[in-house]
Design a protein around this ligand. Structure first.
Ligand code: ATP
Ligand code: MG
Length: 423
């Protein structure tokens, strides 16, 4: 809610400070009709009243007082956060420029010499009070706007998080749909093979029944034997002999594909994801490729140029996530058809994994922002802009780095460097 400026305003409070009681009573008489008046006869009492309630809106301060003088009193007022915003007008018999300059430098709002014209004093008081009111109003507005900004920021953050959540869920949904498709294929043909095998078995049993009947009705006549042979021919038993092992082999192959997909999924996210272990990066890349093959196979040809790299101590499932992000980015950069090349190699201290694509490339202006969280050029629903920032965090955790080079229209290369030995 915006601050309410309409409510009836209380009379401003003025603290008048003078060690001369006569001066104080004159001030009081002149100001009482329009202002609440507080009085003090020393610097110490001034500080006490300024800190209390009601807080004065303005202080008329004498300079020459026994004990703490006006200048010192003003310095204390200005260093106290509670009193520093109270405007102070010096009203003094000291009329040299040096005194006035000193007072203004210490932060006085105005400087009036005694004896003063009452109308001038009142005008200057009014000006300072109006300025103070305007400043207070601005301060309130500022505080209100800041609170509003913070509230909207929180709201945005909330909406953003929800959006992120739903986008990530959509992405997981897509990946899950791809995997379901991969599993569905072999299950489909294993099922159809089982149906065929069932029909084959019926035929085989029919022939076996006929065989049993022939034996039971012995002696076997040439006619009955001929009938059995004809039945065998009709049921195509010789073909079944060769087809059945093929159907079984094909089904076994299908089921082992399903088993491999499930094993890859398990390995990809295996429970010990926070355990450092000696691991073969090629294995990790291969099983990542298996998991995302559905995203790649229709428009990308993957080429592997693996070098002879040593195993490294790493968090394998987290590195798999890095490879997955880079490979999916590469696939998404290829608009129609293209190639993704995975190269690996090493020097004395580091291994590198390079993922290149001949996709659309990266705008040079974007290169410096790629690893910022939420930086994406993809439409809502397709990219959250987190892939590279998460990947960089993981690689940094390994003491490594990711390098990028790219040419618009020609493609991009991301190179992940990882230390062979952990520091
Ligand atoms: N191989 C690449 N080719 C072209 N642009 C790329 C490539 N890799 C990354 N980018 C650019 O970098 C941006 C950030 O990539 P990042 O992986 O962090 O997020 P994203 O792919 O947009 O979304 P997310 O990975 O969270 O689904 C991408 O939007 C894209 O503009
Ligand atoms: Mg990405």
């Amino acid at each position: 809610m915006e601050p309410d400026n309409q409510s009836a305003e209380p009379m401003p409070t003025i603290l008048v400070v003078d060690d001369d009681f006569f001066n104080l009573s004159v001030f009081k008489q002149c100001l009482t009709p329009d202002y609440e008046i507080l009085t003090a006869t020393s610097g110490e009492l001034t500080l006490q009243l300024a800190n209390g309630a009601p807080k004065p809106d303005l202080i008329l301060l004498d300079v020459m007082m026994p004990g703490m003088d006006g200048y010192e009193t003003l310095s204390h007022l200005k260093t106290n956060p509670h009193t520093q915003d109270i405007p102070v007008i010096f009203v003094t018999g000291l009329s040299s420029d040096i005194d006035e300059e000193r007072g203004l430098q210490l932060g006085a709002a105005d400087y009036i010499y005694k004896p003063y014209h009452l109308s001038i004093l009142l005008a200057r008081i009014r000006t300072q009070l109006e300025l103070k009111k305007a400043r207070d109003w601005l301060k309130n507005q500022n505080a209100f706007l800041e609170a509003e900004l913070e509230r909207r920021h929180q709201e945005n953050q909330q909406v953003h998080l929800q959006l992120l959540q739903s986008e990530k869920l959509a992405a997981i949904g897509q990946l899950a749909a791809g995997i379901a498709h991969e599993i569905n294929n072999p299950i489909g043909f294993v099922n159809s093979n089982l149906n065929t095998l069932n029909a084959y078995l019926c035929d085989i049993f029919t022939v076996l029944d006929a065989d049993d009947a022939l034996i039971a009705g012995s002696p076997i006549t040439p006619d009955a034997l001929q009938k059995l042979l004809e039945l065998k021919q009709q049921k195509n038993i010789d073909y079944l002999r060769s087809d059945i092992p093929e159907l079984i082999a094909e089904s076994q192959e299908g089921l082992s594909r399903v088993r491999n997909i499930i094993q890859d999924l398990k390995d990809f996210s295996h429970a010990k994801s926070n355990d450092w272990e000696l691991s073969d990066l090629h294995k990790g890349i291969d099983l990542t490729l298996n998991i995302i093959c559905n995203e790649l196979k229709y428009h990308c040809t993957v080429h592997k140029e693996y070098g002879d790299i040593p195993k490294i101590v790493c968090l394998p499932s987290q590195l798999n996530q890095v490879f997955m992000n880079l490979l999916i980015n590469a696939a998404q950069a290829i608009e129609t058809k293209g190639d993704i090349t995975i190269r690996t190699g090493h020097n004395a201290k580091e291994v590198w994994v390079e993922i290149s694509d001949n996709g659309k490339g990266i705008d040079p202006e974007h290169l410096t922002h790629l690893f910022e969280p939420f930086f994406t050029t993809k439409p809502i629903g397709k990219g959250t802009g987190l892939g590279l920032s998460i990947s960089q965090n993981i690689v940094c955790k390994h003491g490594g780095r990711i390098e990028v080079s790219s040419k618009v229209g020609l493609g991009s290369t991301f190179q992940v460097w990882l230390p062979i030995r952990r520091e």
